[in-house]
Ligand binder design. Structure first.
Ligand SMILES: [Cu+2]
Length: 142
């Protein structure tokens, strides 16, 4: 392919993906904070079933799809890094959505070390600006 038409194709591809790259993020108060109330960092759990209690300060919890200022729903990240903070949060066994507005959840994990982290999402499951996420903790299931 001649260089000039290759450039044109690349420019067209860039324009086609541009709207997907520029999701407007929902603003969040700068002092908002989410945190894991339970379990604490370093907790050892016997049997693998546990409650996770989710805390939020400076904002409110509301179900998915509800567009209200300063309001979002929790996502629990299990054994993963933070996902891209400008896109919809993945929905799989490592990224649990609490779209009914739950602030606690019963989960089950296999034996071993696991990391847990909370990430707040807006009505469309996209992180806020600034992103509201908790410290990542490590627990051990035996
Ligand atoms: Cu969600």
């Amino acid at each position: 392919m001649p260089r000039r038409s290759l450039r044109r194709v690349l420019a067209a591809a860039l324009l086609a993906t541009w709207p997907a790259l520029a999701i407007p993020l929902t603003p969040a108060p700068k002092n908002a904070e989410t945190y894991i109330i339970w379990p604490g960092d370093g907790t050892v759990i016997d049997g693998g079933k546990l409650w996770v209690r989710m805390g939020l300060k400076g904002m409110g919890v509301c179900p998915k799809g509800i567009e209200r200022p300063n309001c979002g729903h929790h996502h629990l990240l299990i054994d993963v890094e933070l996902p891209p903070l400008d896109k919809e949060i993945p929905n799989d066994r490592n990224h649990l959505h609490f779209g009914a507005g739950e602030t606690d959840a019963r989960i089950e994990l296999p034996p071993g070390k696991h990391t847990l982290q909370l990430l707040l999402g807006d009505s469309k499951h996209v992180p806020f600006d600034p992103p509201i996420y908790s410290k990542k903790i490590t627990i051990t299931v035996r």
